[in-house]
Design a protein around this ligand. Structure first.
Ligand code: ADP
Ligand code: MG
Length: 396
């Protein structure tokens, strides 16, 4: 009897809301196209945060379940007899000890294979400033990120030597969208104009950098990243409002008809910080508009909503970013989203917001190839969830 009582208490203590209906119903994801694959990556707690007494409010289990808990004070806890928390389930969730290589292998390696077979692919990272987007995409010299590993893979898979082999070429372009202005990050200068051609929407005059080896790629991209717009008040710091888009095109020499043909294109996108832009309710939406916050991110969330709701008209034209991502979101392209989150309890709201949008993105279908959807299974019992939350509390 005692045991039964205990388990009831546990259930009462945790009020997990039900995750999106979509993953409970795999049928929603089948037929006609593929779903966007959605991954979550938790960054480690920074030393500074630890020293300031921050606690972790996120726990990742089974490599795909994310539990988010808001810690109430002890008195609140006793009064309310419950914790506020949520459970989410993704294609994969990376804990703070996951390596760059593992993240690349799980999220992007298959897209690179696809590019070599002529299919376009795109990966975009989103989340609040400081959540780990640039680390995931670009990384460091010691721990290169998805952008560098993808290019390396393209080289190695084709030539086996990690360099240009005479029959294949890799072209890179790296651009920024800041304040609805598009700029070339490899060759900074005047803003670029977007133009529609038969391949879709392109930035006119964008430098196509021909890469011959992987060694030069990291420094090239680092240089490009330094060209990203900095906020006047925060010199040396990349603006949290700039989106960076790397496009890698695999070209092949074909001697029959044309000399050079495009094989496939991979787009890797480091989005601006989502903290102020992707609000989930109407009230904050208004204050955002008043404050003239990142139009491109707002437009992105509108497009995601329209795509999920199956609307006929998708408002791509509302921003530069959504024009550039049109192919990736609704066109023939295999798309991956990596949502970056911080473990810090002070970022609870931002993390919840990011997970909310990531959860919603699971419902977007693209015109890619069909994937199987076994990743989303019914979660553990409420009691198991409660145990996890208690575990997380102990860890802190
Ligand atoms: P964002 O681009 O989202 O604003 P960053 O990628 O710049 O965030 O990450 C913020 C800080 O956290 C950086 O100092 C970065 O090196 C560090 N960081 C982020 N993710 C990781 C990780 N997975 N492992 C180690 N350090 C990380
Ligand atoms: Mg960044």
């Amino acid at each position: 009897e005692e045991e039964e009582k205990n388990s009831t208490v546990m259930k009462e203590n945790v009020a997990f809301q039900s995750p999106s209906k979509n993953w409970k119903n795999p049928e929603n994801c089948e037929s006609g196209g593929s779903r966007i694959l959605v991954f979550v990556r938790l960054r480690p707690m920074a030393k500074k945060e630890k020293e300031a007494g921050s606690r972790s409010c996120v726990k990742i289990v089974n490599r795909k379940d994310v539990y988010l808990t808001e810690f109430a004070s002890e008195t609140d806890y006793l009064r309310l007899k419950r914790l506020r928390g949520r459970h989410f389930c993704f294609d994969a969730a990376f804990s703070d000890s996951t390596t760059q290589q593992e993240v690349y292998a799980t999220t992007t390696a298959e897209l690179v294979e696809g590019v070599l077979q002529g299919r376009n692919g795109s990966v975009f990272c989103y989340g609040a400033t400081g959540a780990g987007k640039t680390y995931t995409m670009l990384g460091t010299v010691e721990n290169p990120g998805v952008m560098v590993l993808a290019i390396k893979d393209l080289f190695f898979q084709k030539s086996g030597k990690g360099s240009y082999d005479g029959n294949h070429l890799v072209h890179l372009s790296y651009l920024e969208v800041y304040n609805e202005t598009v700029r070339d990050l490899l060759s900074p200068g005047r803003p670029l104009v977007l133009r529609e051609d038969k391949q879709g929407i392109v930035a006119a005059g964008l430098t196509q950098y021909r890469a011959y080896s992987t060694d030069e790629v990291m420094s090239l991209l680092q240089q490009g990243n330094q060209n990203r717009t900095t906020e006047p008040t925060r010199a040396n710091e990349t603006s949290s409002r700039s989106h960076a888009i790397l496009q890698v095109t695999e070209l092949q020499f074909v001697f029959r008809e044309k000399l050079l043909t495009e094989v496939g294109k991979l787009s890797l996108i480091d989005l601006a910080g989502s903290e102020r832009a992707l609000a989930t309710d109407q009230r904050s939406q208004r204050s955002i508009e008043g404050a003239n916050i990142n139009r491109s991110l707002l437009a992105l969330s509108s497009c995601i909503n329209a795509l999920v709701e199956g609307k006929k008209h998708i408002p791509y034209r509302n921003s530069k970013l959504t024009q550039l991502l049109k192919d990736s979101l609704g066109g023939p392209c295999n798309t991956v989203m990596i949502a970056n989150i911080s473990p810090c309890n002070l970022s609870f709201g931002e993390t919840q917001n990011t997970l909310h949008w990531a959860d919603r993105a699971k419902e977007i279908k693209t015109k890619g190839y069909v994937i199987n959807d076994e990743a989303f299974q019914v979660p553990d019992s409420t009691t198991d969830q409660a145990k996890l939350v208690l575990e997380l509390q102990k860890e802190n």
